[in-house]
Write a protein that binds this ligand. Structure first.
Ligand SMILES: Nc1nc2c(ncn2[C@@H]2O[C@H](COP(=O)(O)OP(=O)(O)OP(=O)(O)O)[C@@H](O)[C@H]2O)c(=O)[nH]1
Length: 521
């Protein structure tokens, strides 16, 4: 388990997972601490813009009311009405309910310079019918609170230039009071004209139509902040702004419920982006792991299996799929293959060295023993004879003594060359087994054939004519044979060959004697 965790696959998985987690945390942190505050800020800007638009629409209403009331107050007919109470003025200008409906007014009041009522026309909140009164009798009692407020405001207007304001009590309304003068602005001040435009549902509906905003006007509470944004739920937010109103100290709150659609769609887009990013990163992780598995781990595994199997480098090659690759693994595989080949070559050279006689280039005793054993086994299997020829140079010590050791070496080399050429069948082997002793293994050969062959060799060497003490260098040879009828061990075969050689020496040298003959003798 522990070694599996150390494998490249798991290390890569952990590294990539680590990267994925870091990327995820970074993304979430970026979203949480950078994107989200930006989007909330944008949402609050959106709310402020809506409030500004609503405020501008209400200010326009104020301006319109002020201009309308100024028009009426500077109208000569109004001036005359205040001077002589012309009933015709009332009948033609204030007798119809449409004057109130068209201008969104609930009341038009004419007041004396000190604020006392002169005439009042309006729509009764009790039965929504137009009323007209010169005094606050029972019919126009509903207007009393308004008139008291108006009286107070007139007293508060020292410049006598007219005022327009928001009214919180007794009703939420826009109010404008203007001095009644001649149309050229000349006096004396005849009185005051007041117009009241209630902030009714109908008026708010008109505002909604013109601005596209669902504006509400409420009485403000004592603790309410001048500017407030409440996120009511995921779908709606409420923006509110306070405006000062009469009576003194009162405040009205302009409120707009706005959809949070923009933020929601941004959050949706952001979540979609996040999930896409995560999915892509996950896919990327799988792709990288797949590529790693295919491009690195599988070849490495193949390599590892191969290196475990390299018991006999002379016979095994690096898999061709690895050798063909052009990447680093291919380079490694080719270098490994080169190393194998170098090792094979070195081993071959070592084997050569360990099996060859360095002076003559013939096989040595070790190689001879191996070959003899293999040949005897093979001949036994195919029920054939294995012959052995044991060869020794005659009076070689004397040759050395007379011509010197280097000449002795040269003599050995010359004889070896002849022997090598003589025993040239692929199954035959001639080896230097001692100082000036040689042995030839002749598989699938009868004793007589071996004797004949050895004798031909003897003649070839004699024919070389290497001078030696007035004569030439000669050899003696003993021949032994292991046959299917009289099988011998390798040792017995060699001993038999040796005995035959001694016999050849004893019999005067430069001759070949078979062991069989010795037996018979
Ligand atoms: N030059 C040379 N001489 C060698 C080498 N190996 C063995 N000898 C010599 O071979 C000689 C062998 O002599 P002996 O075993 O006495 O035999 P011989 O003189 O050939 O006498 P016979 O075999 O009875 O004819 C010794 O003098 C060794 O020094 C070699 O590699 N080079």
């Amino acid at each position: 388990m522990l070694s599996a965790l150390h494998s490249l696959r798991y290390r890569f998985v952990f590294a990539l997972l680590g990267l994925l987690i870091i990327a995820l945390v970074t993304l979430v942190a970026f979203t949480r601490f950078t994107l989200m505050p930006e989007m909330l800020k944008d949402e609050s800007n959106q709310a402020h813009e809506a409030l500004d638009r609503a405020q501008r629409a209400i200010d326009n209403e104020m301006l319109h009311l002020e201009m309308l009331s100024q028009d009426w107050a500077s109208w000569d007919d109004s001036y005359q009405f205040m001077r002589d109470g012309n009933q015709h003025f009332l009948a033609s200008n204030l007798g119809d309910v449409s004057i109130f409906q068209d201008a969104d007014l609930s009341m038009i009041a004419f007041m004396k310079p000190q604020g006392q009522l002169y005439w009042l026309s309006g729509i009764s909140p009790v039965d929504s019918k137009p009323e007209g009164c010169a005094a606050l009798d029972t019919q126009c009692q509903w207007a009393r609170p308004f008139l008291e407020t108006l009286k107070q405001r007139i007293a508060d207007d020292p410049a006598k230039e007219g005022l327009t304001w928001f009214q919180a009590y007794p009703q939420k309304a826009l109010v404008s009071v203007q001095p009644i003068l001649r149309s050229d602005g000349s006096g004396p001040l005849r009185g005051w004209l007041a117009m009241i435009r209630p902030m009714s549902a109908e008026w708010l509906r008109k505002l909604h139509n013109s601005t596209g905003l669902p504006i509400e006007v409420q009485h403000a509470t004592d603790q309410q902040q001048p500017l407030k944004l409440e996120r009511l739920n995921d779908q709606t937010m409420r923006a509110s702004r306070l405006i000062p109103a009469a009576p003194r100290g009162e405040q009205l709150s302009i409120e707009i419920d706005l959809p949070r659609q923009r933020l929601n769609s941004r959050i949706e887009a952001m979540n979609l982006g996040l999930s896409w990013t995560l999915s892509l990163m996950g896919l990327l992780l799988l792709l990288v792991l797949w590529m790693l598995e295919r491009m690195v781990l599988n070849p490495l595994r193949l390599f590892a299996i191969f290196t475990r199997q390299v018991r006999r480098p002379e016979r095994t090659d690096v898999p061709a799929t690895l050798l063909k690759r052009r990447d680093e693994i291919g380079i490694l595989a080719r270098q490994f293959q080169q190393l194998l080949e170098f090792q094979r070559q070195q081993k071959a050279e070592l084997v050569e060295l360990s099996e060859r006689d360095p002076l003559t280039g013939l096989a040595n005793r070790r190689r001879f023993d191996e070959h003899l054993a293999t040949s005897m086994k093979m001949d036994k299997r195919r029920e054939q004879s294995t012959a052995l020829v044991v060869i020794d140079i005659d009076h070689y010590k004397a040759f050395n003594d007379q011509y010197g050791h280097p000449a002795g070496d040269a003599c050995l080399q010359a004889l070896a060359k002849v022997m090598s050429a003589h025993f040239n069948h692929p199954e035959q082997l001639i080896a230097r087994t001692g100082g000036e002793e040689f042995m030839a293994v002749l598989p699938n050969t009868s004793q007589q054939s071996a004797v004949d062959s050895a004798d031909r060799l003897r003649a070839e060497i004699e024919a070389l004519g290497i001078p030696h003490s007035g004569k030439v260098v000669t050899i003696s040879a003993g021949v032994a044979c292991s046959t299917p009828d009289t099988p011998l061990s390798a040792l017995q075969l060699i001993e038999s060959g040796d005995q035959a050689l001694y016999a050849a020496k004893d019999s005067g040298r430069n001759q070949v004697i078979p062991f069989e003959y010795l037996d018979m003798a």
